[in-house]
Design a protein around this ligand. Structure first.
Ligand SMILES: [Zn+2]
Ligand SMILES: [Zn+2]
Length: 364
């Protein structure tokens, strides 16, 4: 049996369509999966351009996936302890941590595992098991992958973003908890920002203010619960500052979530944090430049916490999945473009140009 895959062989060039022989599963607990939907992440476009120093070539991109079990080598259980069988609809956590290092064992921070690797990001496709990315008809999940067994009849495209943007946003909310009545500012109305709106809403936030530059994305944020949206192309930084002070009764926000991955957003957003509040930065998946902050004015004398958010662990994917399943109608809004597998390069382009909020590839 063969898998069709769209392979990144050269940066900035169209992906190459290849047929890869599906190898015989070798290790106990490996799972061969037929992919039903694969999310295209903003960071995939970054990798495509060769801007992520981690990218090995050739590689099958795609770290957000939903699929159906084809074959299990020996036995493998879902995260809830159910033995997986052929035909089961599943979603898997994108990162695989070792469970043995200091971060995993002592700090209990699998996101910071020194041996963590990620489907579609860390490993190339020129050695066993070859199929480790989402832009393919099949993927082989390694034995220590965390797998969720999905309910029947959920549309897979609605759920792809759970394993990356949803999960990372849940991590941000764990590190910067929003309490009932808090005011929240979200910078960046992409998939992370949309999840942040929903999570802020269901945490009981009062004002949920989203700043972004794409009208379509801002509209979706409003539909899923933002109380105010600000288009940064139609306002100056001074105007935004005034608007946020007005919306937060002159105090600023208890939590500001940076979901934009732009140093300029950080320099601006830090000023929207209320004294004693938290600035949580979740938008940087790769190096994107530096920012100058005044250690006294911006941070020190305002008692502000600057909180980095690096990826997520399976507990966050669990939380994001719960939310996405509960509010499927809201998350369906996010999927603006669906492509066939052969059109994977177009899907990347759409995400790259921010024309899609979430592009999804559905292998035929
Ligand atoms: Zn991602
Ligand atoms: Zn580890």
């Amino acid at each position: 049996m063969k898998s069709k895959a769209m392979v990144l062989t050269e940066f900035d060039q169209p992906l190459t369509e290849k047929e890869i022989k599906i190898p015989k599963l070798q290790q106990e607990g490996e799972v061969l999966v037929r992919i039903t939907a694969s999310g295209v992440c903003g960071s995939d476009a970054y990798m495509w351009h060769g801007h992520d120093p981690r990218t090995p070539l050739p590689i099958i991109l795609g770290h957000e996936g939903v699929g159906e079990v084809v074959e299990v080598k020996g036995a493998k259980k879902s995260i809830a302890g159910r033995e997986l069988k052929s035909g089961d609809p599943i979603l898997w956590h994108r990162g695989v941590s070792c469970g043995k290092c200091f971060a995993c064992k002592i700090d209990k921070e699998p996101s910071l595992c020194s041996n963590r690797w990620v489907y579609g990001i860390t490993r190339g496709c020129d050695e066993y098991p070859y199929l480790l990315g989402g832009y393919a008809s099949h993927i082989i999940l390694s034995p220590n992958t965390d797998i969720f067994h999905l309910p029947e009849n959920v549309s897979p495209e609605t759920l792809v973003s759970v394993s990356c943007s949803g999960s990372t946003t849940a991590h941000a909310f764990e590190l910067a908890p929003v309490k009932f009545g808090d005011n929240v500012v979200i910078q960046g109305p992409g998939p992370l920002g949309i999840y942040a709106v929903v999570m802020a809403k269901y945490s009981g936030a009062d004002e949920i203010i989203v700043i972004g530059g794409t009208e379509k994305r801002l509209e979706i944020c409003r539909e899923v619960g933002a109380t105010r949206v600000i288009n940064r192309h139609k306002t100056s930084e001074e105007e935004r500052q005034e608007m946020i002070l007005e919306y937060t009764r002159g105090r600023g926000a208890e939590a500001v979530f940076e979901m934009a991955g732009s140093p300029a957003a950080v320099a601006e957003g830090i000023h929207y944090v209320k004294k004693g509040g938290t600035y949580a930065s979740a938008g940087f998946g790769e190096p994107r430049g530096t920012v100058e902050l005044d250690c006294f004015q911006d941070i020190g004398n305002r008692n502000i916490s600057y909180q980095g958010v690096w990826v997520s662990d399976v507990s966050h994917t669990f939380q994001a999945l719960k939310i996405a399943l509960k509010y499927q109608d809201l998350f369906r809004e996010m999927v603006t473009h669906v492509f066939s597998l052969s059109e994977a390069t177009q899907a990347l382009e759409k995400m790259d140009k921010k024309e899609a909020v979430k592009a999804v590839i559905k292998p035929e």
